[in-house]
Structures are given as structure tokens and as C-alpha cells.
Ligand binder design. Sequence first.
Ligand code: HEM
Length: 525
Amino acid sequence: YIWPSQWDGLEDAYTISFGFGAIGIADGVNPCSLSPGGGIAPGRESAAEWLRTAYHDMATHNSETGLGGLDASIGFETFRPENIGTAFNTTLGFFNELQTKQISMADILTLGVVLAIKNCGGPSIPYRPGRIDATEAGPAGVPQPQEPLETHIAEFALQGFNATEMIGLVACGHTLGGVHQIDFPLSVEGAITTDNPEGVVHFDDTFDVYDNHIATQYINDSSVDPLLVGFNTTTNSDARIFASDSNQTMLQFAQDPDFFISRCGDLLERMLNTVPSDVTLGDVFEPLTVKPFQLSLFFNSTGGLQLSGNIRIFGTSAAAAAANPADMPVQLIWMDRHGNTSPNYTTTALSFSFLEATSLWGSLQFFSVSTYLDPSAGISSFVVNWAYDSESALTTADNGGGGFPFQDVILFQQAGSCHGFVNQNSTVSAVIRNDMGAVSSPYLEYTYSSSQPGSLAFKQITFRTELVYAGNSVSPLYDAYTAVFVANDGFLSANESIVSFDLVAVVGGTTYESLNNPQLFTPCS
Ligand code: HEM
């Protein structure tokens, strides 16, 4: 994983859990008992809903045909009796705002489950990106509580889990949340009260801790799990499944809480990585130690070439945990556009301010960058020299050897860019260097999230439009270009918002890209 990558946004979402730079996933399940809408739905638990949603999405995988799996097809399948309840649409509605050109619903839902389980005290599940969203419903086949054991064994086998793994996976799911009377009146009765309007009965006494109590209570006969000791034996699927190996698995889970956590980590990892056979997942994320965050280069109104953004530093060591960011030397050294470290651009300490952020996986600090470059020398890449305290020798972060590549050829200009509303023009402004030979076919590629019939997951729609030469810019070394467009060929509704735009140009025979520019902040007047 070398920066920049198509997974940068997801890797940030994985690594930055709370605070500055976080996109709010972990906040949706913190504390673990939090209900949807930031806590407005008594008796419901987002962490449990996300996990159940991921399982129901995956459960229609067919290991013989390779079809189905974690592909967000659940969005098109919520009308099926096997998908009873509002959890699925509530979950997709939470995540769809976070979808981008590079972040699919299936990937962000999976990431949500990984973060939720960790935040509830569960295992650290390795996360791999690359899931592709389905565009229509897949086959049916999610297990239902009234089905006999043989049917469940056959269904799990088709999903890729043997009978022992089935026991584990069900226990690993039914440690969070519970059964709601309004959705499963055949399993729960008499539970609806003013305080418990949906009549939830939890699977175990720690519904908001990812622990082995589902097993300990089963073994010591104190369980109130409605699928275990429910009044209707037909829907007591947990009872049939948990006992199906003469209690071997549940006994082990009850006796050894660490074994429960590690086994669940393995089974859930497999569950979350069960994807259609034509999908290839990327490598497991290991947070990058040093990574640029929203670093951009642009001209300010007086013609200064400004480098602005942040550097993220992540670590899992004791030194990382003990570090005081105010005492951390963090320096950016950039190479000019000819590949040499310019005498004028030797080590420059970042003028940083500490911005608080936390990670579920380690210690995290941000350092802000705000400095000016000489446009004629420009920039081609940079390295970061840093240490956890001012006494220690500096370490050089060089992005796997080549430095962090950074081009100064085609630059997005927030100034002069604006977003239109329904049926109105939006404008994107850019500057392109004019001292490097001919500029040919510059274009803007913009992607927006659009609602789609049948699912609350958004689909991403991408369009290209020409960047048109617009004369001089604030700098004599750059020319101005603009693209004026109306999204979706004439319609940008309330359900559609631009999630990224890339600027591309061939300059002097080489292609340069300014990728993943942020939202257009200013409305066009
Ligand atoms: C034979 C297999 C399974 C059956 C029959 C089954 C059935 C059920 C039922 C009836 C509910 C109650 C839903 C509600 O009232 O909102 C439920 C909840 C839940 N299930 Fe399963 N389940 C099975 C396997 C799994 C697996 C493998 C997982 C995940 C690994 C899982 C995760 C959950 C979670 C987290 C909840 C709680 C949802 C909430 O509180 O909103 N289930 N399950």
C-alpha cells in the first residue's frame, strides 16, 4: 500500500476513528449500545443492526456458483420475509452518505462492522477493501428461525461454513442485540412496554459488550435468548444449532473467553470477505505510519503558491502512546520539480498545531502544513522526517522509497469554483503549468452519488467534461482553465451530491492528475 492509492479514503476511515478527520462511523456505534439516529430509537442497537445487515447480505452467497456475498444486494432484498425489520434500511441509510467513487456500500458496511465490533470490546478483524456493489437483488436464502437444523446446516454449507463453524458464527452474531417482538411475535411475547416500544429481548445479559456471555449463559442455563428458550420451540433455532455438536463448541466458548474472541475474529473475517467469485479483495489494511491527509497545492488570491493540509502519524508502540505531539519534531522536505532538493527548500519544520483524533487501532496525531512554494521551482515529491520526541533521532518516512509523489502541473482552485443547485451550472476552476509544452485534452471527471430505485444504497455516476482554456491565471507560469457543467445532464436533485472530481491533462506528452478534490464549498450566486 503506497500513497496515493484508490483506497486512501477507506484507509483514513479505517484508521481515524474519532475526532479530527474521522467520518463519523465509530460515532454511530459509540457507546456500543447506541441506537440509530444518534440514540433516538429505544431498544435498538446500531452495532447489532450493522452486524446482522452484513450477515444477511453475505448469507445468500452460493459457494458452488460463486454468486452473491457481501455486495450490498441486501438493499434490494428488504421486502423478503427472510429480511424482516427496519435494521437493513436504517443501516444503509446511515452509510449511503459516506459512499464515494472509491468507497462502495459493501466496503463501508464491512468497515462499519469491523469498527463496531472492536468498539464493543470484540476482536480486531483484519480489513480488506475492494467489494463491489450489486445493481439488483441476488438469490434468496437467508436462514430463518423456524427452519429445521438440516436446512440451516445446508444453508451455511452453501455460504462456505461447515456445521461446527455454523455454531460459532451464530454465537458470534448473537452476542450483540436481541429479538424484537414487533418483528418476531412468534418468538417474543409480552415484552412491549412504553420504555421498550419494539419489545426487544436481548440474546444475553451483555447485549452491548462483545463477549462470550451468549455461551456462558447457555451452558449455565441462565439464558433468556428468545431463539433458545422462547415459548415457541419451532423458532428456537439457537437451541437446535448450539446443541448440534453436543455442546462442544459452546462449552469451549463458555470456558475460554479469549478463545471466543479469537474464534469469532476468524469466523467474522471469513464472513466479511465472502464476496462474489469475480471480486478480488485488496490487501489487509495496516495503517500507514506517516500519511498525508487532505494535502493540497493551490494559488491564493495574491498569487502565492500554497501547500496546505495535514500529515498523519500513526503507531502502535509504547513510544507512540506516550508521545506528546507538541514535542514531536515533524518536518517536511520537498524536492523541486526537477527532482533535486532545492537549497531554498531544505528541511522545513511544519508549523503544526495538534488536532485531536483517536484510532481504535493505535495512537494517532495530526500535524498541519501551511507554507508557500516558489512556483518556478515547484514540487515533485516530499519526505517527512519525524520522531516521537525532540531527543530522539529523526526517522525518514519516504513512502516505500520514492517519497510521496506530489505534482504541481494541474491544480484545483477552490477560489473561482462553485456549486450550482438543481438544473444550474457548477464551475470548477483549475490552473495548468504553461512552461512544459503543449497542453492537450484537459478534462474534469466528476462523480456523484445518486439514489437508485429499489435500494437505499447510492450508485455512483461519473461524467467527463472538458476543461476550457480561460486565459491568464494569478501566476505567469500557469494558465487558467474552467469547466462549467450541470450534473446528471441537467438534473441534480436533493438526493444527488457530487462526491469527487478529478482533473486530468496531458502536458508535454505526460498525463497529470489532480485527484479526489473535495466538495465545491461555495454556492454559485
Ligand atoms: C440460523 C441462523 C440465524 C438465524 C435463524 C438468525 C435469526 C435471527 C433473528 C430472528 C433475529 C432477531 C432480529 C430482530 O428482531 O431484529 C436475529 C438478530 C440478530 N442476528 Fe441472527 N440469526 C442467524 C444467524 C446470525 C449470524 C450468523 C449473525 C452474524 C454473525 C447474526 C447476527 C445477528 C445480530 C447481531 C442480531 C441482533 C440484531 C438487533 O439487535 O437488531 N445472526 N437473528
